[in-house]
Design a protein around this ligand. Structure first.
Ligand code: SF4
Ligand code: SF4
Ligand code: SF4
Length: 257
């Protein structure tokens, strides 16, 4: 049987999510040996000849016109389009400028701003249909090992497009399993209850609040979370923290529903 074809493509990003894949070492190479890798610039520099793909994997934000074009082409070629990480899924660090006087932020970087494009940052799903998201900043490599084979299966006729679903459970579940004392009980802020788990509660396990890089879970109760956090942080602190990983617009959207 012919190997299934995949490509891993980078838009505007720090490439940390792709490095999380490489950090898997031999396990990543074993997975890649089962497929034909058409494009992944961290591993090979052969020209991508184009053509149909089973899975197109995209990391980073479609910030430039070239990024948007690359993204649309990838979507057209791919049976499944899979998003890798917070920048692509939620706007990530680049989206901070949307909330912070977008026009002026550019002056901190460039002395002369004439001719410099400074678009509003919008996530991948504003431009193309997304079939699956590996959440996080960076992604959790273990989740890739778990769900990538299922995604490959979903592309086969017998898999009939059965795309896996990450369980809707808060960061708190893994946090408790790790035996952590809850930050909220210590009157410290944490977004854990409203955020999609699956990162092994890496932040609260180091006594740092969850800032929500994996995004809101489908049934996360934002209103209740906001009410609880009012005891531990000001509105301004709450808003600033939700801007770090592009959570703020999702919280606002949830509030409108
Ligand atoms: S989600 Fe985080 S680690 Fe991944 S590319 Fe964006 S900034 Fe880098
Ligand atoms: S520290 Fe945060 S993630 Fe852990 S149980 Fe408390 S609220 Fe949940
Ligand atoms: S604990 Fe929260 S901020 Fe930290 S990795 Fe998990 S989802 Fe992201």
């Amino acid at each position: 049987m012919q190997k299934q074809k995949i490509a891993i493509v980078s838009l505007t990003s720090c490439e940390g999510c792709q490095f999380a894949l490489l950090d898997l070492g031999q396990r990543f190479l074993d997975l890649m040996n089962q497929v034909e890798m058409v494009d992944f610039r961290l591993l090979e520099d052969e020209e991508d000849a184009g053509g149909k793909l089973d899975i197109g994997i995209v990391e980073g934000n479609p910030t430039t016109k070239e990024n948007i074009e690359t993204l649309k082409k990838l979507r057209k070629r791919s049976k499944l389009l899979v998003v890798l990480g917070n920048c692509a899924a939620m706007g990530g660090v680049p989206e901070i400028k949307n909330y912070q006087q977008q026009k002026n932020t550019i002056k901190h970087v460039y002395k002369y701003i004439q001719g410099i494009e400074n678009p509003e940052i919008r996530e991948v799903d504003n431009f193309v249909k997304v079939d699956f998201v590996f959440p996080g900043c960076p992604i959790n490599g273990e989740e890739f090992v778990k769900y990538f084979p299922e995604l490959l299966k979903a592309c086969l006729p017998e898999g009939a497009g059965k795309i896996p679903v990450i369980p809707d459970q808060p960061v708190c579940v893994e946090c408790k399993k790790n035996g952590n004392k809850c930050l909220l009980l210590e009157k410290k802020p944490c977004f854990g209850p409203m955020i999609q788990g699956g990162c092994n509660a890496v932040c609260p396990s180091s006594r740092m609040m969850c800032q929500g890089c994996r995004g809101l879970r489908p049934t996360g109760n934002v209103k209740a979370m906001r009410a609880t956090l009012k005891n531990f942080m000001t509105d301004e602190e709450f808003e600033n923290t939700t801007e770090i990983f592009g959570l703020r617009d999702d919280i606002e959207d949830r509030g409108r529903k």
